[in-house]
Design a protein around this ligand. Structure first.
Ligand SMILES: Nc1ncnc2c1ncn2[C@@H]1O[C@H](COP(=O)(O)OP(=O)(O)OP(=O)(O)O)[C@@H](O)[C@H]1O
Length: 975
């Protein structure tokens, strides 16, 4: 019975012990099994061999116990029941084993006593390991290097005791007796009350947990962008964003839910315990974290964690003291009212029950480095040293860490310490809908706002980034009142919010003839100066003195762009901008309007970017004397705003505050540096290898420069910039390209002289992005959009434009959200476009009905050479329809129906076409359910065919003998 339970729940038992990443659970179970005699010493040693992973050791324990039979299995279940926290036990069954008794005979030696009472020993000795080591050393049982080995700070105190007990066991009776004598002499007061080291929630932990929960609930109830209005709690406005696994994960398009982020899904490195949530500015990283924290505080999520410590990197920047880990936890997160030492000990002993979160790694002043090791939890160190060692796992191994950062600011050195990366991709189109409806209690207004967004897809594209969605919703009066067609760029959107805030809080009488920017010039410049100075120093929280030194007045603060910092531990008032992108916008306004900001300021803004991010390679480590590389993303956003503000279209607005000559001069400089950046980029394109296409793998700085040009909305600049670009293939995979970037790319690339293959695989293009790309479709001979969340709606628009573009010949749509709803459009494309060459639709949801429609298109196409349908569900019916169409279309060279549920009937139909085909070269039919009969048809067909070079049939319903027989009979069949 118990053995059955162990076998049946094997996966869950392994998961229960390994999910925390810490060996504490496994080791506690081993302690119990040894003490109950369910394992002997040799068994224990065989499980504990050094160098094996935690999961490997756990599985070995399960194998061993299972092989020992019912007694051992029952005790194993009992041990799990004692050791696991309640939340983890819910899904496990322990049969009648949860309460086994220890019937061990009285031990007859000191070593046996240590073994029988091992769990108790671990608890008792945990508080006095050093004393025990001293005694054993003085009596000659241990050497100094053995003592040091045990005391290494990488071990928790429980692990130190276990290592000591193991060594004493090895040394024999004499050492064991000394240890027992030592234990008898320890005053009872130092012994903790619990008999076993089971992670029961002692009163002090519960008390602290309560305090932590209420402090988190209070701190994160409102979003900072809504403070001042006090209108929305996070519960009212929170809208799910798109979460996906990052590059390197097996299934990158898998959507994750909130809890999956810290769960096991998508783990790449099991030994690491830091999860990174990354995404671009304003995509909702902090808000996501805020939501997670609130849910934990209400016990609605992350039940496995007893304690959660939320850190803000912005706030950590302000810490100048050296702190111990204990001080860092308690001073920066929540101060325990009593029992600090016990609580900290509990944390050290149960790292798997603790979660640390760090918001905004990109805002941390120092770039991550793993140069300096710091393993000791009690020794003070600089905050950066503590932080980096926590992330690496040198300090408090086993505690799960969750870090958020802008994607482009993640240092490559950090990656090896990540157990996985999760990408936050902002709102889906439905998400935008949901957010706008939550934002406006009046459904009529919400509908009008949404209607207005749908009529301006450039603006809709922007709204996939939540911060823009918030601005657009907040400024809905401006949006609806003045017509939205002029709103194209992020500069337009931020000018709108500026206008909104100024008008919102000023009486009508105060407005002058000279325009609203002029009316608020002083405020803009005061805040702009503060913003720029901050960005230059990675400074986001400002003291009252800093605010005053920039001339910011109470009245300026009253406008609402600066809000009081939420970091409650400050003694004096501190301020931060409503959102960091707002700080960038004010910095950009200052650079644009300040008469003393000169050539050098603009040059530095664009060239530091280029140096730090692109031309020298984004993967380069920060130079010691260079700008902080973590700051580069914000300077990049600032420069994008500068490009927009200096564009022709906004000159009228700024003219009253700045001479036209100055604006012209600055604008020319921006054009010059952007063009130069682009040219440098093009120069870095390697010469093509003989026989290969000339290809450019764009760096993220290319996307940024494109966005700067888009902000200018000046076609002439776009045309000049790409005039000299001569490539056949432009690769922009994994570049975080969403609809906004698509608008920018299309704006620039439409001026290319000769057509390119545009490869945008693994981005976040979506249907709106597809629509934004249409203006450059006529210069794309191929479009690669694998992994991009595109649905049938996007395809309908793509085809509508595609049929008009003569050069457009190939499309790859592997792994999107396509169904039979798009096949009629694709069929139309095949029928209409007489030169279309390649259609790849793998890993979508196309069934027989869709295949029948595609077949209709194929029947009329005399040009299609490649048709990929790998991983759909076309079945026999679909295969038969396609085969029928192939009889007419004589151009097809390659077709894949891998993993499509095709059986022998489908194979028979395909065989019929093969018999007469003179063009088909490769047919992929692996992973289907074709039997001997089906293969026989194919063999017969091949006898009459000379064009086919291979038919792939791996993973069909054939016996090894049949595979061998057919391989010998027809060498063009590949099994
Ligand atoms: N899931 C969400 N639901 C509702 N609103 C959101 C959501 N995510 C973001 N927002 C809105 O967008 C604003 C910006 O989001 P947030 O600060 O979380 O972005 P971020 O990715 O952390 O930005 P940055 O990298 O610039 O710090 C929020 O203040 C809020 O108004």
């Amino acid at each position: 019975m118990s053995a059955q339970l162990v076998l049946r729940q094997r996966a869950e038992l392994v998961q229960a012990l390994c999910c925390g990443g810490t060996p504490e659970g496994l080791e506690s179970i081993l302690d119990l099994l040894l003490s109950w005699g369910a394992l002997v010493w040799e068994d224990y040693l065989s499980v504990c061999v050094a160098g094996k992973t935690l999961c490997c050791r756990t599985r070995e324990l399960l194998d061993l116990v299972y092989s020992k039979g019912e007694f051992a299995c029952c005790h194993l279940l009992a041990a799990f029941s004692q050791v696991l926290p309640d939340a983890q036990k819910n899904n496990l069954s322990f049969g009648k084993c949860s309460d086994v008794q220890n019937f061990q005979e009285m031990p007859t030696s000191a070593t046996l006593t240590l073994l029988n009472d091992r769990p108790g020993m671990v608890t008792k000795l945990r508080h006095c390991v050093d004393g025990a080591l001293d005694v054993l050393f003085q009596q000659g049982f241990l050497t100094s290097s053995e003592c040091e080995g045990i005391q290494l700070p990488v071990y928790t105190s429980s692990q130190q005791v276990r290592r000591l007990l193991d060594l004493v066991q090895f040394k024999g009776e004499g050492a064991a007796k000394v240890l027992l004598q030592f234990l008898q002499k320890i005053p009872m007061t130092v012994l903790p009350p619990n008999k076993n080291e089971k992670p029961t929630k002692s009163a002090f932990v519960s008390e602290f947990q309560k305090k932590l929960c209420s402090s988190i609930s209070a701190q994160f109830h409102f979003l900072s962008t809504y403070s001042g209005t006090g209108k929305f709690s996070l519960d009212d406005i929170y809208t799910e964003g798109l979460l996906e696994l990052g590059q390197g994960g097996k299934n990158t398009q898998l959507s994750l839910n909130l809890e999956d982020v810290v769960g096991r899904v998508g783990t790449l490195n099991k030994e690491a315990d830091t999860v990174l949530v990354s995404g671009e500015a304003g995509c909702g990283k902090s808000t996501f974290l805020q939501r997670l924290l609130l849910l934990w505080a209400r016990k609605a999520a992350l039940h496995n964690y007893l304690l959660l410590f939320p850190f803000s990197c912005r706030k950590l920047n302000t810490e100048e003291r050296e702190l111990s880990l204990k001080e860092l936890l308690f001073l920066h997160c929540c101060w325990p009212d009593s029992d600090q030492d016990e609580l900290f000990q509990f944390i050290l002993d149960h790292p798997h029950l603790v979660l640390f979160t760090f918001d905004g790694l990109d805002e941390f002043k120092q770039t991550f480095s793993d140069d300096q090791r710091h393993c000791c939890p009690t020794q003070p160190a600089k905050v950066s040293v503590l932080f980096f060692n926590l992330l690496q796992g040198s300090l408090m191994k086993g505690v799960q860490k969750l870090v958020t950062s802008r994607t482009e600011a993640v240092p490559p050195t950090l990656r090896k310490y990540l157990c996985k990366e999760v990408l936050l991709k902002g709102f889906s189109t439905d998400g935008i809908d949901c957010f706008v409806r939550k934002h406006h209690s009046d459904p009529g207004i919400a509908s009008r706002v949404l209607e207005s967004l749908r009529s301006n897809t450039a603006l809709l594209g922007l709204c996939h980034i939540p911060v823009f969605c918030w601005i657009v919703s907040k400024c809905y009066k401006e949006l609806l009142g003045f017509g939205n067609s002029s709103l194209q760029t992020i500069t337009d959107v931020y000018l709108m919010v500026l206008h909104h805030f100024f008008h919102h809080r000023i009486s009508k009488g105060k407005r002058s003839e000279k325009g609203w920017v002029h009316d608020h010039f002083d405020t803009i410049m005061h805040l702009g100066k503060l913003a720029l100075q901050g960005l230059q120093k990675s400074h986001y929280i400002f003291s009252e003195t800093e605010v005053q030194n920039c001339g910011v007045t109470e009245d300026d603060i009253g406008r609402g762009f600066l809000i009081q910092s939420k970091n409650i531990s400050f003694d004096n008032k501190h301020y931060e901008f409503l959102h960091v992108t707002m700080q960038c916008f004010f910095a950009a306004l200052f650079i644009t309007l300040d008469s003393s900001s000169d050539k050098l300021t603009i040059q530095r803004l664009f060239e530091t970017e280029c140096m730090a991010k692109g031309c020298l390679g984004i993967l380069q480590a920060k130079k010691p004397d260079g700008p902080p590389s973590t700051e580069a993303p914000n300077l990049q956003i600032t420069s994008t705003f500068v490009s927009g503000l200096l564009s022709q279209r906004h000159q009228g607005l700024l003219l009253q505050c700045c001479p036209i000559q100055t604006l012209h001069r600055k604008s020319k400089l921006v054009v010059k540096y952007v063009s130069r950046g682009m040219q440098n980029h093009f120069k870095s394109i390697p010469r093509p290898v003989k026989g290969e296409k000339k290809s450019m793998h764009a760096m993220p700085s290319f996307v940024w420069l494109t966005k700067c040009i888009y902000e200018m909305q000046d076609s002439k600049v776009a045309k000049n910039v790409v005039a000299k670009l001569d490539v056949e293939h432009l690769k922009l995979t994994y570049c975080n390209i969403g609809p906004l970037e698509c608008s920018a790319l299309a704006f620039v690339l439409q001026h290319l002289k000769s057509p390119v293959g545009l490869q945008l695989d693994s981005n976040a293009v979506g249907d709106v992005g597809v629509e934004q790309l249409l203006p450059c479709l006529h210069v794309c001979h191929s479009l690669y959009l694998r992994n991009n969340n595109i649905s049938d709606e996007g395809i309908a628009k793509l085809v509508e434009k595609g049929v008009q573009c003569d050069t457009f010949k190939k499309i790859a749509l592997f792994n999107n959200k396509l169904t039979d709803g798009c096949t009629q459009h694709l069929a139309y494309l095949l029928k209409t476009k007489k030169n279309f060459l390649s259609l790849r639709l793998g890993n979508n949801n196309i069934t027989a009905a869709g295949a029948e429609q595609l077949a209709e298109g194929l029947r009329c196409s005399q040009s299609l050479q490649f048709l990929g349908l790998w991983g759909n569900k076309v079945g026999d019916k679909g295969a038969q329809a396609l085969a029928g169409a192939m009889e007419n279309s004589q151009a097809l060279v390659w077709m894949s129906l891998v993993d499509n549920g095709v059986g022998s009937a489908g194979a028979q139909a395909l065989a019929k076409v093969i018999q007469n085909s003179t063009t088909l070269e490769e047919l992929w039919l692996s992973k289907n359910c074709i039997t001997r009969d089906g293969v026989l048809y194919l063999v017969q067909a091949l006898e009459k065919n000379s064009s086919v070079t291979s038919i792939w049939l791996r993973g069909n319903n054939l016996s090894p003998e049949e595979v061998e027989e057919f391989s010998l009979k027809e060498r063009r069949l590949t099994f």
